[in-house]
Ligand binder design. Structure first.
Ligand code: HGY
Ligand code: MN
Ligand code: MN
Length: 419
């Protein structure tokens, strides 16, 4: 087994394999009309099976942990099986009506790295682990990073009693998936077992494209809050209740939603989104009695984010008081902004230079499992250019050349990290 040759390259056909697998993975969806793969669904099971096949073919032994992360391991050079691991990967779940690259590209770039080491019979001083996280988007149970937080031991227990849209409890969904909520602690990894976590991800923004660069180095990941808001008014007859006597929950929600937009429209890097709303009873001739909506609020600086969350909460309370509407707010998720590890960033920047590429360092407005993994290990991220910066949309797209550039810089970064 050769140790760390100077110019390690990806295997021939790696680029085509990544693009072909992107298509194969995209066919695993709960709808034939659009791509959607949610936590603990049969599609989650299918993608784990497929990813495990790819991992085995790359010379890894594989396992699925108690939350449903799928993990492949490629042992270190002295074949001791307890060498700390450099963990590479991303998430296998998607949003609803998703793009094909969000998450999946990172797992496939990580696989391409191990495939090249395995084919060239190279072992590193660290083990390599490729992980496909079970749930990063948090679509089904409104709490993101379920997979990575189970690994770090920061899994929020309040998820256990949550129900999905069909009323299925988290604990029951996990049981149906073949796991048991009592075993979740077995997914926790010791910090000593993981030397670093590196993730390749599409940028989901326009900067790399604007600069004409295929790959960039991430400096930090913005912090985020997610809230579930419920408004309770009084349903009534649309034709007979005078306007000044109404407790219209949907009209109150409309004011709240524009409040979110105005509070978040005056600061660089601060964003606020209401992505989902449900109004009941939902008939055109009935005044809305009940509304539920979500708020997603992010900023690069934690103090700005927390201040705006406070403004939104106070502002909504005032709106509802004036309209005699009852308001309930569940803070379903909070993550602080996280800086990427300086040493890993240097390894990535010298990898770019060694490939003759310009170096751009940029922040991430999107959340990533790397933000959760930073709780137990040093982490770094590479962004890959995506067309128009479009993401969380079926038009999301990446060229084969940029996809393989991401894998190549990841390989070079891993080798630099081992030096
Ligand atoms: O929402 C996000 O930032 C990520 O796509 N989960
Ligand atoms: Mn996403
Ligand atoms: Mn993602």
């Amino acid at each position: 087994m050769s140790l760390m040759p100077e110019n390690l390259t990806l295997t021939t056909g790696a680029a085509e394999r990544i693009m072909q697998r992107i298509q194969e993975a995209a066919s695993i969806s709960e709808s034939t009309q659009y791509l959607s793969r949610r936590f603990a669904s049969s599609e989650h099971q299918q993608i784990n099976t497929l990813a495990a096949q790819w991992m085995k073919a790359a010379g890894m032994h594989t396992r699925e942990d108690a939350i449903g992360n799928v993990i492949g391991r490629y042992e270190a050079n002295d074949s001791q099986t307890n060498a700390p691991a450099i963990m590479l990967g991303s998430h296998l779940d998607t949003v609803i009506n998703a793009g094909r690259y969000d998450g999946m590209l990172g797992v496939l770039c990580a696989l391409a790295v191990v495939e090249s080491l395995n084919e060239q019979e190279v072992r590193l001083p660290y083990a390599l682990e490729v992980i496909g996280f079970a749930d990063e988007e948090g679509v089904r149970y409104q709490s993101t990073y379920l997979g990575s937080r189970a690994i770090t031991g920061h899994f929020s227990k309040d998820v256990l009693n949550r129900r999905d849209e069909d009323g299925i409890l988290f604990v029951d969904a996990l049981k149906q998936f073949g796991s048991n909520v009592d075993n979740l602690a077995s997914a926790i990894r010791k910090p000593a077992d993981i030397y670093a976590y590196l993730e390749v991800h599409i940028e989901q923004g326009p900067v790399l494209e604007a600069k004409g660069l295929p790959v960039g180095v991430v400096s930090s990941i913005a912090g985020a809050n997610r809230m579930s808001v419920s408004l309770t008014g009084l349903a009534g007859h649309a034709g007979t209740v005078p306007m000044n006597l109404r407790q219209d929950a949907l009209a109150a929600a409309a004011e709240c939603i524009s409040l979110v937009e105005s509070v978040c429209s005056n600061h660089d890097g601060l964003v606020g989104t209401v992505g989902r709303i449900k109004a009941k009873p939902g008939a055109s001739n009935v005044i809305t009695g009940d509304v539920e909506f979500t708020i997603d609020l992010r900023a690069a600086q934690d103090e700005v984010r927390r201040d705006r969350v406070g403004q939104v909460v106070e502002g909504m309370a005032a709106i509802c008081k004036r309209r005699s509407i009852e308001i309930g707010i569940e803070h379903v998720h909070e993550a602080s902004s996280v800086s990427c590890d300086a040493h890993i960033m240097q390894c990535m920047q010298s990898a770019l230079r060694s490939a003759g590429m310009d170096v751009l360092v940029l922040p991430s407005g999107a959340g990533h499992d790397a933000a959760a993994m930073a709780e137990i290990t040093k982490m770094g991220m590479l962004f890959v250019r995506c067309a128009g910066g479009v993401s969380h949309h079926p038009d999301e797209s990446v060229t084969k050349e940029d996809a393989i550039a991401g894998a190549d810089i990841l390989l070079k970064s891993v080798v630099n990290l081992c030096r």
